[in-house]
Design a protein around this ligand. Structure first.
Ligand code: AHM
Ligand code: MG
Length: 329
């Protein structure tokens, strides 16, 4: 039986003696370690003193309902990143960039706990990260370092805390899936160079919002619902966990498409997902796995942000289905 490659070995091989790559490797290692701490807290859930009682609803930086565990998750990530070459951290839970290492050469963006509305229901939640190079001399102000198109990312990934804690990661050379081995404590490479099937009959969308969507998305869904007899000529299946990391992992496993369109509700005119720390990393991972990611008209990785917390309509997954959705726009 061959021995599975650990994350540690994978990163050491990938980085070699390249200082920039070593910086990225140290940063991803720190995020993975923070993830194990977050997984532990999520798993202990209501048993964890101090967390059970303080899951109140507070408006956070972006105006979403925020559970206290989101903040604890951000603190864990921040702590682990301190000794790494991370100059700044952008986080869903903090309005402003968080300064870390003044000598740092990377900027990290995170959604510390994605899908946190699911915490109480024992459904998978996760942590999403995006890493970009940082050069103090090149930017007038630190915010400019994250106001770059998603194609500037050097690495991205997410952890999902489910039956297994998994890490889906890319360094721009394909997308790899690592699984945390509870027996040894290590992340082990379980699937390398993942390929998302181009075709699918499975979509994930919060269908209860159909009346709020724009016309192209309403037409797309109507055609899916028409099944074999309709213009798409096939019967579709719907899956929606409501935790993007869980929905994404299903897509990395068997294909499918994730859709969060813009809609007419207040605050949803650019959908729900955040560009910098949700859409960018997912788009990078998906493209590295031969899938596609668009806002309906523009490739996600080509978009230049104008605000750290800006939202974007998001469609990603099986390439042919993403293209089919784009053709409705
Ligand atoms: P969050 O980062 O505040 O958890 O919001 C993002 C989440 C995604 O994980 C999920 O796909 C989506 O919001 C669910 O939204 P809705 O409750 O509108 O279906
Ligand atoms: Mg999120």
């Amino acid at each position: 039986m061959s021995v599975a490659v650990s994350l540690k070995t994978y990163l050491a091989d990938w980085a070699g003696s390249d200082a920039s790559r070593q910086a990225v490797a140290a940063t991803v290692t720190a995020i993975a370690e923070a993830g194990l701490g977050i997984a532990d807290l999520v798993a202990r859930g209501p048993l964890e003193e101090g967390l059970a009682n303080i899951r109140g609803v507070d408006p956070n930086a972006g105006g979403d309902a925020q559970k206290e565990l989101d903040v604890v998750a951000e603190e864990l990530i921040r702590e682990k990143l301190l000794p790494t070459p991370t100059a700044f951290l952008a986080s869903e839970e903090s309005e402003e960039l968080i300064p870390l290492n003044p000598e740092g050469r990377l900027v990290v963006a995170v959604d510390p706990l994605d899908g946190s509305s699911n915490i109480d229901t024992n459904v998978s939640v996760g942590t999403i990260y995006s890493i970009m190079p940082y050069d103090a001399a090149a930017f007038a102000k630190p915010e400019d370092a994250v106001m770059r198109p998603g194609s500037a990312q050097v690495a991205a990934g997410f952890l999902a805390y489910g039956p297994a804690t998994i890490l889906v990661a890319t360094f721009g050379e394909g997308t790899q899936v690592f699984v945390h081995d509870r027996r040894t404590g290590e992340f082990l490479l379980a699937r390398s160079d993942v390929e998302i099937p181009a075709e699918t009959k499975e979509y994930g969308i919060n269908q209860s919002n159909v009346r709020h969507w724009d016309a192209p998305m309403q037409r797309y869904l109507a055609d899916c619902l028409a099944g074999k007899e309709g213009p798409r000529g096939k019967d579709f299946n719907m899956r929606w966990v409501g935790s993007m990391v869980a929905d994404a992992f299903r897509i990395f496993t068997r294909g499918g498409v994730y859709v969060y369109p813009r809609d007419k509700r207040k605050g949803y005119d650019n959908g729900r997902l955040r560009l910098i720390y949700e859409a960018f990393p997912l788009a990078f991972l998906v493209e590295q796995a031969k899938g596609g990611a668009t806002d309906g008209t523009t490739r996600i990785l080509d978009i230049t942000p104008h605000h750290i917390h800006q939202r974007i309509p998001l469609v990603f997954g099986s390439k042919a289905e993403v293209d089919a959705i784009a053709s409705y726009y």
